[in-house]
Design a binder for this molecule. Structure first.
Ligand code: GDP
Ligand code: MG
Length: 733
């Protein structure tokens, strides 16, 4: 016999009646003792054997379905794992009942313990005619998988060998698989995980993410352990009830339920991939619906149909409340105009703040509708299917379908989406996804599309917007493929696509999501957008141009174009009825020229002129150029800046949205539908806002951040160039 070189401590876990005791007996033979767990009358069996130069110490944990702290058995099992830290946990699974048994497995995986999945009762499973791909199961679970027929003593050697390999870390298969709990909860989990890790929670020997999950589940035992052993986490614990309540309101159900559904979703997705032939035909509602919605051929067109509905609905339905808000903004501007004495303050308020913030405010209904739509798709369980459908497409492109969930979150805001890439296991996938994710157009860019598509494509606006979004997805996928072929050569890690059950979204839950987003948007309007509008206004009026004449006589060019303008001005002004107010067409035109000249003289004008040469080949003039620069602050500001730029020199009491739309359409500004397309593409593809950039830096590092900024600027430029120049070549304006 070989001398014993090492002791390996192994715990057996599993559901009641999974054959755990039989496996224990198979492993230990007669070498075992029976006693009780300390303080309770639950039987504790332990035993030791030597094999292959190792001493194995086995403990048979109580039979359990889950690792919450509801029963004594569960507590014993979990405390044993956390406190005693066994080298390996053998998870005994009844192969005939995988769906239920794997629920415990998912929790063991969450705890980060080294698990071996033992498919016991393999004889019954095989006899039933079912077949599964064991290798695939190993890959997707990230754990070794062995089969046993315990009561007949089959599989002992394979099991012991697997234990040795795993504890010596020689198992190539071993890795940790995170389970995603859906986009809404992931935001919270990611945030909580960061905070727990910062407080030193990993000192407990389990991953911070596991602790975050448990806190959200409201596990009193974990709260107690954290309280006693990690004093720095007490602040987090104090706020956890509030957090759980907020999450519950948002989801319309307790977080523990969402987490449970995430685990079962993981299992359904897993089983769907590993079963070679599914003998048990589950005729449940969910699986029947899945047959249609995740169909190999129809799945994708159905997905696009939903997208079409989403974006057309956003545009068409949003137009109604939009007019109400526009009316409000207009009246606000009107009363401010009337109430305040003429001067800089009034100008700053009306042309700067009200015009800038108002131009963004009118898109609020569109944003709300978009989120209503996304929340319906999300809460009903369809989004997970979309990821499932995209999985195949994504594989072709070197990405994984799992990356699609953070990408979908990118439709809302890039920042939480980047944080959600943490559910991806490998750093390669995280970096890759973070790099392409901002092409999933965030909601802050929506106002730009609505404005330009509405101004230049009228009837087709909804479709154009959808195309922009689809184009973003396409670019993300293609860039993903490019990067995965060049920057990251190794393969994408395989993943399970979660398939949570379908559910009717609750009205309350939907309301909550929409409100959360709207609040975020309102806060932005009252903060960064307001300040930016004011700063932009200052930049657009200072330094003041010398008054008045010199500009008119300075350059012939101004006068010549001025003549054309007059014709346009006469028309529009008499249509507006401004002529009735006693302003002659000539005076109005002169005023416009003066205003145009003064903005060109301002900081903004100079800035725009400075970058104009770079953007000229894309068909953008300096005004569009300036608006793009302001987008670094926040993408909504692009619209505010256009409002500030074009509002100056317009009639003061003109409706803001109509004013901006007609200003964009005004031939003198030289924006053709083709330029509008190129501009939308540029806005879609260029660098995200500063907060997103900083998040990228925090999550994947400074070097990747610069890479991200650089390639996105280059890409946006190239694509806009191709659209504009290509369009001109084929005679599109
Ligand atoms: P425990 O509750 O998890 O400890 O399960 P036991 O070890 O007590 O087993 C429950 C029942 O399943 C017993 O009747 C065993 O004989 C039977 N059993 C255990 N393993 C197998 C197996 O691999 N195949 C079959 N067919 N029966 C098994
Ligand atoms: Mg037993």
């Amino acid at each position: 016999m070989q001398p014993v070189t090492r002791t390996i401590r192994v715990a057996l876990a599993g559901n009641p009646n999974s054959g755990k005791t039989s496996v224990f007996n198979l492993l230990t033979g007669l070498h075992h003792q029976v006693g009780n767990w300390p303080g309770v009358t639950v039987e504790r069996k332990s035993g030791a054997v030597t094999y292959g130069g190792y001493r194995f110490e086995f403990v048979d944990l109580p039979g359990i379905y889950s690792l919450t702290a509801y029963s004594i058995e569960e507590r014993i099992a979990r405390e044993y794992i956390i406190d005693e830290l066994p080298d390996v946990v053998i998870d005994v699974v009844d192969s005939g009942n995988l769906e239920r048994n794997l629920y415990l497995t998912t929790q063991l995986l969450e705890m980060g313990v080294d698990v071996i999945v033992d498919l016991n009762m393999w004889d019954e499973f095989s006899a039933s005619g079912a077949r599964l791909d064991r290798g695939r199961l190993e890959t997707l679970l990230g754990t070794p998988v062995v089969t046993t027929v315990a009561h007949r003593g089959e599989g002992k050697q394979a099991l012991l060998e697997a234990v040795i390999r795993l504890s010596e870390n020689r198992s190539a298969r071993h890795r940790h698989v995170p389970i995603s709990f859906g986009t809404h909860l992931e935001e919270v989990v990611a945030d909580l995980t960061t905070r727990i890790a910062a407080a030193g929670g990993e000192r407990l020997g389990v991953p911070a993410r596991y602790l975050a999950t448990k806190l959200l589940e409201g596990d009193p035992h974990i709260v107690e352990i954290l309280h006693n052993r990690v004093p720095a986490a007490r602040a987090i614990l104090a706020a956890i009830d509030d957090l759980r309540q907020r999450v519950e309101q948002a989801a319309g159900q307790e977080p523990s339920r969402t987490i449970m559904e995430g685990r079962y979703g993981f299992i359904s997705g897993l089983l769907r991939e590993v079963f070679v032939s599914q003998t048990v035909d589950r005729m449940e509602f969910s699986s029947q619906l899945d047959r249609v919605l995740t169909h190999r051929i129809f799945g994708l067109p159905i997905f696009f149909a939903f997208m079409w509905l989403l974006f057309n609905g956003t545009f068409t339905l949003g137009a109604y409340p939009q007019t109400v808000i526009a009316w409000l903004v207009e009246h606000l501007a009107g009363s401010a105009q009337a109430a305040l004495p003429a001067g800089l303050i009034r100008e700053a308020l009306v042309d700067g703040v009200i015009s800038g913030v108002g131009s963004v405010a009118i898109f609020m209904p569109n944003i709300m509708l978009l989120f209503l739509g996304i929340s319906i798709l999300e809460d009903s369980g369809y989004m997970a299917r979309a990821a499932f459908i995209m999985d195949r497409v994504m594989h072709l492109l070197g990405l994984h379908g799992k990356s699609f969930i953070p990408m979908l979150m990118g439709f809302g805001c890039t920042v939480p989406a980047i944080m959600a890439t943490r559910t991806l296991e490998s750093r390669r996938d995280r970096i890759l996804t973070s790099l392409v994710l901002s092409h999933m157009s965030c909601s802050a860019r929506l106002p730009v599309y609505i404005l330009f598509a509405g101004a230049f494509f009228e009837r087709q606006a909804g479709n154009v917007i959808m195309l922009v979004y689809l184009f973003g997805i396409l670019v993300a996928l293609l860039i993903g493929r490019l990067f995965s072929r060049t920057l990251f050569r190794h393969e994408a890690a395989p993943f399970v696509m979660e398939l949570p059950p379908y559910r009717w979204p609750t009205g309350w839950g939907l309301l909550f999501h929409v409100w959360e987003r709207s609040r975020h948007y309102l806060k932005k309007m009252g903060g960064v957008i307001l300040i930016a509008s004011l700063v932009l206004w200052v930049m657009s009026v200072f330094p003041r141009a010398p008054q008045p004449g010199p500009f008119v006589s300075r350059g012939e060019a101004v006068v010549v174009t001025g003549a054309q303008e007059d014709a346009v001005a006469v028309q529009s002004i008499s249509a507006d009825g401004a002529a009735v107010a006693g302003v002659s067409a000539e005076e109005a035109a002169a005023e416009r020229r003066q205003a145009a000249a003064s903005i060109e003289y301002s900081i903004m004008g100079r800035l725009g002129k400075a970058i104009e040469p770079v953007l000229r080949p894309l068909g953008f003039d300096w005004q569009l150029g300036v608006s793009l620069i302001t987008g670094f602050v926040a993408k909504e500001v692009v619209v505010s800046s256009l409002a500030v730029i074009y509002q100056i020199g317009q009639e003061d009491d003109e409706e803001i949205d109509a004013g901006l739309t007609s200003a964009l359409r005004d031939p003198k500004n030289g924006i053709s539908p083709l330029v509008a397309l190129a501009y939308m593409a540029f806005v879609l593809l260029y660098t995200p806002c500063i907060v997103a950039i900083l998040t990228i830096r925090r999550e994947i590092g400074t070097r990747w951040m610069w890479f991200d900024v650089g390639y996105q600027l280059a890409l946006a430029w190239l694509v806009a160039f191709a659209i504009y120049q290509g369009g001109q070549l084929i005679g599109l304006g």
